[in-house]
Design a protein. Structure first.
Length: 426
């Protein structure tokens, strides 16, 4: 395999927390050497980074690819191209497809399609219960043997605590990771906004932030009973943070994530019933957004994900209450995250700890680092390059992004998977 030397780079290393100039050598699919100064090795290909940032590729947990069942919304090919253009080198894909990925056969189909079509790494997750119906757990062991990296019913919360406790117990015995959507299903049913003055003025059905706290409290209690490995997919409210902190302090094997939309947008962005801003859980108050950002900076929240959820025009061009939830974000994840950097809320190593190192560690992967021997999954980007987003230029089949027409800063120049370039900006 070709050796590549990156020179004049600004190396962003989340593992050591450093941000500084240097060079990096890749070969045989891994990082072979790194250093600073002019004393550097020879290579077959030399890439002059021109002072741009070179960081580990993003590891995105919670990407929805609509195969099988809804290929018109997103395919593995289109999602893979969008991921590469967004600096995402590994996608952990959700099982909320039609049908749900709940058997080894369907999982094998997804793996085969992904390997054929996507230029980036794709790791499939499986459903926790059959049909994501919350009544009978799947064959966790067989699905792990088939390649499932985690188990989740996504936004279909398992309301039967006996079923969930049995699934967690079985997952614990196999060392499987369970991902939960922490919302009380009764309170959050039918909600389109977060309760408060804004939702009342807009006449939207709303849910209290306490629904998230209650959902998290229940799952933490079950973790104390089962000692399973657990990840909360989206923590979006200040009220859930103390419970999360206590669970970690008590030694539970729990991590938490949040979505890029809840980090960079708030409930006021819904404005005139703009359905591209309808996500699940709904956008929160500005005070919640700031609290979650601070929790991310402190390391209480471990992971930022895109929660990439393609929806076609027919699903979104409806009254706000009736419109489908979700937004595409594979290509907007990096520039949207850089809003936090430009606002001086987070530095780049901290940001990449949540975008790359944290999710890689949770999934047991060796990537997300710039250490010698780590996979050469890299993203080269210019953090200060401004642009106005045009949703029709996105590589995803669906174009439902809340950032359409937004002024953003930060463009991906190139993406590398195992040392091979899978995307290069024109």
């Amino acid at each position: 395999m070709t050796t590549t030397l990156f020179i004049n780079a600004r190396l962003i290393d989340p593992e050591t927390g450093t941000d500084g100039p240097g060079w990096l050598l890749t070969g045989k699919g891994v990082i072979a050497a790194r250093g600073v100064g002019e004393d550097r090795p020879q290579a077959e290909v030399v890439v002059d980074c021109g002072g741009q940032c070179l960081a580990p590729g993003i590891v995105d947990i919670g990407v929805k690819v609509c195969e099988p069942g809804e290929r018109h919304k997103e395919s593995y090919r289109s999602a893979g191209l969008a991921a590469a253009a967004g600096g995402v080198t590994t996608m952990a894909t959700r099982p909320d497809t039609l049908p749900a990925i709940d058997t080894p056969e369907v999982l094998e189909f997804a793996r085969r399609r992904a390997n054929e079509a996507a230029p980036v790494n794709v790791l499939p997750m499986a459903a926790l219960t059959k049909g994501r119906a919350g009544r009978e757990m799947v064959e966790i062991g067989f699905l792990m043997d088939a390649g499932a990296v985690a188990f989740t019913d996504c936004d279909h919360v398992v309301s039967d605590t006996k079923v969930l406790s049995r699934a967690l117990t079985y997952a614990r015995s196999l060392g499987a990771l369970v991902i939960g959507h922490v919302q009380d299903p009764g309170l959050s049913a039918g909600a389109a906004a977060t309760s408060g003055k804004f939702a009342s003025l807009r006449g939207l059905p709303a849910v209290s932030p306490m629904a998230e706290r209650m959902g998290l409290d229940r799952d933490i209690a079950l973790l104390e009973m089962t000692r399973a490995r657990y990840h909360a997919d989206q923590i979006t409210t200040a009220r859930a943070l103390p419970a999360l902190a206590r669970a970690k302090a008590n030694g539970l094997d729990i991590t938490a994530g949040t979505s890029i939309h809840h980090l960079t947008l708030n409930e006021l962005d819904v404005s005139d019933y703009r359905t591209f801003f309808k996500v699940k859980p709904p956008l929160r108050a500005e005070e919640d957004r700031q609290a979650v950002t601070e929790a991310l900076r402190e390391g209480l929240i471990d992971i930022i994900s895109s929660m990439h959820t393609p929806q076609d025009e027919e699903s979104k061009r409806l009254p706000f209450e009736a419109a489908a939830s979700g937004a595409v974000a594979l290509e907007t994840l990096l520039p949207a995250a850089l809003r936090l950097y430009h606002a001086e809320a987070l530095d780049l190593p901290t940001l990449w700890r949540a975008l790359s190192l944290g999710p890689a560690r949770r999934l047991g992967l060796d990537c997300g680092r710039l250490a010698v021997g780590a996979p050469a999954d890299l993203v080269l980007f210019d953090p200060g390059r401004p642009f106005i987003l045009d949703r029709f230029a996105l590589r995803s089949k669906s174009k439902n992004t809340p950032f359409d027409g937004a002024r953003l800063q930060g463009r991906v120049s190139a993406t590398y998977v195992a040392g091979s370039c899978v995307y290069e900006a024109g």
